[in-house]
Design a protein around this ligand. Structure first.
Ligand SMILES: [Zn+2]
Length: 439
């Protein structure tokens, strides 16, 4: 199928007209299909990509050339017995679809475009992995609109450094904006290209389509022992690709994990999704650092950090990135919130302990004072003042104590008092005392 990309990475997909050569319904070939029926259509030509080589099928629709009321929604496209079968549902309120009819074909371009980014991105990743790991043989891949998945052989997990390096190499290939070349080449000739990446055990057609980023296939074929296929990505591939690696935009590896013994799986995203995700991911990482640093410096309030977590959560909710990616980032954010709560809990416990210790020290220094009015550094944690008062009650029962604390950040003053029985008899009541002071 013909499509052309401009310098901004926008692609124009030409629509094609195909003639129905066969209709398949309920596993049988039929001459016609009625309104609302599910069926499969074989055409003499198509611009729809049938699922293969890890790349997902196209979706879209077809309409009758001379009657746009007759429309066929394409939900799936598969190769069956060497033919491309378009699977979907017919909508023809006043008509039928018959063998011989001509259909105008439209693929869902907003879905196909990111698939192309992710497919070219898969090749770029394959190349980057070889640079980082030496040999890493492809064991499978899946190219979808919202992500790409790449399985490869490896002795163990990649380190964080290696993942970062692979991502950097991939992004540098993208930034170089290499033209993407594709050419059908005799299999024997193509196989002689040193460094070309192929899937182990896979049977390839002859001629085979060679896909190269940045170096024309002719040049590789002319010098098969040269370094071309080591310096760039060269693979056998029948998929639909971008015309320029730069159109991928940004490339982000989101996970790297084991799926079987000796086989690892990388999931990555490209383009705008990658851009937005990486901005959010970086924001989460820098907030994590801020929280860590703050444990030493104590320059940012707990309230502010909590607000930062909430704000980032809102940004995440509003971001248009794949849901699974959102969930991943949301989990990191949840961990951050949990950590913040733990820090706060520990901080409060420490303040309570200090208040208790301070009261004890005051009692030891001047026991049985009739009246104590003291400021404690307890913010607005009433449990801290309460703990301090309890010390007076049990260890200095004759003291009338009023303890207060100032929470500047929240503009609050906390005041607690306790009055021994003897003083109450003389007319001093704790609640009235506090009221009087705070009044
Ligand atoms: Zn491919």
């Amino acid at each position: 199928m013909e499509y052309v990309g401009d310098e901004n990475g926008h692609y124009n997909f030409e629509s094609t007209i195909g003639t129905v050569i066969a209709l398949r319904k309920d596993k049988m070939f039929v001459e016609e299909v009625d309104n609302g029926e599910d069926c499969g259509i074989l055409l003499d030509r198509t611009c729809f990509y049938a699922e293969s080589g890890g790349q997902i099928y196209d979706e879209g629709f077809m309409e009758m050339e001379d009657n746009s009321d007759i429309e066929f929604k394409v939900n799936n496209v598969q190769v069956k017995g060497g033919y491309v079968l378009h699977i979907g549902k017919l909508s023809a309120p006043d008509g039928k679809l018959r063998v011989g009819d001509k259909l105008k074909l439209f693929i869902d371009e907003s879905r196909r475009r990111p698939v192309m980014s992710n497919h070219t991105g898969t090749h770029v990743l394959n190349f980057a992995l070889r640079k980082v790991l030496g040999e890493a043989d492809q064991r499978g891949s899946l190219v979808a609109p919202d992500k790409l998945r790449f399985d490869f052989s490896a002795k163990g997990a990649m380190t964080t450094e290696q993942i970062k390096e692979a991502e950097e190499i991939a992004n540098s290939v993208i930034e170089k904006r290499g033209k993407v070349y594709a050419k059908d080449t005799p299999l024997a000739q193509a196989k002689s290209i040193q460094g070309l990446r192929a899937v182990f055990d896979e049977v390839y057609p002859d001629p085979v389509r060679v896909l190269s980023i940045g170096i024309p296939v002719e040049d590789l074929v002319a010098d098969p022992a040269g370094p071309g296929a080591i310096m760039t990505s060269v693979e056998f591939c029948g998929g639909t690709h971008l015309q320029n690696s730069g159109d991928i935009g940004k490339f982000v590896i989101t996970t790297e994990e084991a799926i079987a013994k000796g086989i690892r799986r990388i999931v990555a995203i490209t383009g705008e999704d990658a851009e937005k995700s990486s901005v959010l991911q970086e924001a989460v990482a820098s907030l994590a650092k801020k929280i860590d640093d703050n444990q030493q410096t104590q320059t940012v309030s707990h309230k502010q950090l909590n607000k930062d977590v909430t704000d980032l959560g809102n940004d995440l909710n509003n971001a248009t990135i794949p849901q699974w990616r959102k969930d991943n980032i949301r989990n990191s954010l949840k961990d951050l919130k949990k950590k913040l709560d733990e820090i706060d809990k520990a901080r409060k416990a420490a303040i309570i302990q200090t208040a208790k210790d301070t009261a004890n020290q005051m009692i030891t220094d001047s026991p049985d004072k009739p009246l104590v009015i003291a400021r404690f550094e307890a913010l607005s944690i009433s449990k801290a003042l309460d703990a301090a008062l309890k010390q007076y009650k049990s260890k200095s029962p004759k003291t009338a104590a009023m303890l207060f604390s100032i929470d500047e950040e929240n503009s609050k003053i906390l005041c607690l008092a306790q009055v021994p029985k003897e003083a109450i008899a003389k007319g001093l009541k704790a609640n009235e005392w506090v009221k009087h002071v705070s009044g």
